[in-house]
Write a protein that binds this ligand. Structure first.
Ligand code: HEM
Length: 411
């Protein structure tokens, strides 16, 4: 099997694990029980790291390898680092899943996180081998976006180094410093690598962007504003002064980049295949909402809102389910098989995110409303996960199994 297919299939399998863990976690908010021998905090880390490293990370790598030859005009260059990447990634992701679930942030999970970073460096090397020798100004616009994504993937590793330095080695008591690594990682990996990468893949599959100048500005904004915008997330921990103002301005720059991309994609003449369209329209709607939300830190009282856990989780899942996951599944519909789960996924995701946002805004002093909203979020989560699993199932299971299942259904 080709490397791109191997990565996409393995990411789809990790996604099934992520979904199961997500539902299990959501149930705890309704029924309040103890998941012995685990600890809920550790299971949350297992869920989020498997989602980032396995589902979104490997899936995006596979999709980039799939579109690269079309963008460079050459067959894929396959250095031995690609084979090392394929050999290391199952252990790196699986090891992170198990060690985070058992011990949370501790030496073993940090070691497996570092193994994932080695996978990212291999990927950056493979990307470089495929594009070197071509002046950047001559790259197709979609390749600019993918190039920005790969740079931000490497930048995100500084975030994890900061986490290790400030939380494991030094144990700083300064909340701004103590949280800087987490938010640098979240912003560079989530908004940088994943978002810019999916934008690039979607632009490549859709046959390019309408306006190159707009695409150049958009790529530059993403490259320069993503890291400073991470500082916004430190405002609730006490960051103030010129750095806080610069961070808010950078956030507006990111919002502008997202709007420019949507305008540019809307202007491209390519018609999307029917199987792709609902997923990408969902991702585009989530990106538009996110572009508007980038301006929220300017509002007075935002710092208190940003410290509210359910609002943060609602925003994260708007980004990671409605934008990243819908974007990835839409792109996977081009590459392989995608099943019929879209309506369940879309309805479940919208209700889950809405219920968590409502909980964060209104349920603080009302435990009955809080419990009811958690119950709504749980059942909506089950619905979203069922839709996502149905959609991704044919990509996740080995081709032979799909054939057997089809044969059983035959008259
Ligand atoms: C229907 C599917 C999903 C459900 C039901 C779900 C559920 C949850 C729950 C219950 C939490 C913990 C909330 C809390 O601590 O208050 C959580 C956290 C999180 N989830 Fe999900 N999730 C789903 C899909 C995803 C996906 C696809 C991704 C990424 C691609 C993702 C990334 C995260 C992240 C980053 C966190 C925060 C972790 C932290 O703050 O340490 N989730 N999720």
């Amino acid at each position: 099997m080709e490397a791109d297919q191997v990565l996409i299939r393995s990411s789809a399998r990790w996604f099934l694990v992520v979904l199961a863990l997500g539902i299990w976690l959501r149930s705890a908010f309704v029924w309040m029980y103890n998941p012995r021998p685990f600890d809920w905090g550790s299971l949350i880390h297992a869920h989020s790291h498997t989602a980032y490293f396995g589902w979104a990370g490997l899936g995006l790598m596979g999709l980039i390898l799939y579109v690269l030859p079309g963008l460079t005009g050459e067959p894929l260059v396959v250095p031995r680092q690609l084979r090392w990447l394929l050999a290391l990634s199952p252990t790196a992701v699986g090891g992170a899943l198990v060690t985070f679930a058992l011990w949370g942030y501790a030496a073993p999970s940090i070691a497996f996180s570092a193994a994932n970073e080695v996978v990212w460096f291999f990927f950056a090397f493979v990307f470089w081998q495929n594009v070197k020798g071509r002046p950047v100004r001559d790259w197709p616009a979609a390749l600019w976006l993918i190039g920005v994504a790969v740079v931000l993937l490497l930048v995100s590793t500084f975030g994890t180094v900061l986490i290790i330095l400030t939380r494991v080695m030094v144990h700083t008591s300064d909340p701004v410093l103590g949280n800087s690594g987490v938010y640098l990682f979240l912003q560079a990996y989530g908004d940088g690598w994943l978002e810019a990468g999916i934008m690039g893949v979607a632009a490549a599959l859709a046959g390019g962007l309408a306006n190159r100048t707009m695409a150049r500005w958009q790529s530059l904004l993403l490259l320069t504003m993503t890291v400073p915008a991470a500082l916004r997330l430190l405002i609730p921990f006490g960051l103030e002064g010129p750095l806080a103002v610069a961070a808010q301005a950078a956030g507006l720059g990111l919002g502008a980049a997202q709007v420019l991309y949507l305008i540019n994609m809307a202007g491209s003449s390519h018609r999307l295949p029917a199987v792709v369209r609902p997923w990408w329209l969902t991702a585009a709607a989530a990106l538009a909402m996110k572009a508007v939300l980038e301006a929220l830190p300017l509002l007075p009282g935002w710092a208190e809102l940003a410290a509210e856990r359910n609002l943060v989780i609602a925003f994260l899942h708007l980004k990671l389910l409605a934008l990243v996951t819908a974007g990835l599944i839409g792109a996977m519909a081009y590459v392989g098989l995608v099943g019929p789960g879209f309506p369940l996924f879309a309805a479940g995701t919208a209700i889950m995110v809405g219920a968590l946002a409502a909980h964060g805004l209104w349920a603080g002093r009302n435990p009955v409303l809080g419990h009811d909203l958690y119950a709504v979020a749980f059942w909506a989560g089950v619905t979203a996960a069922a839709g996502a699993a149905l959609a991704i199932w044919p990509t996740a299971v080995p081709p032979r199994l799909v054939k057997v299942a089809a044969w059983h259904r035959a008259p």
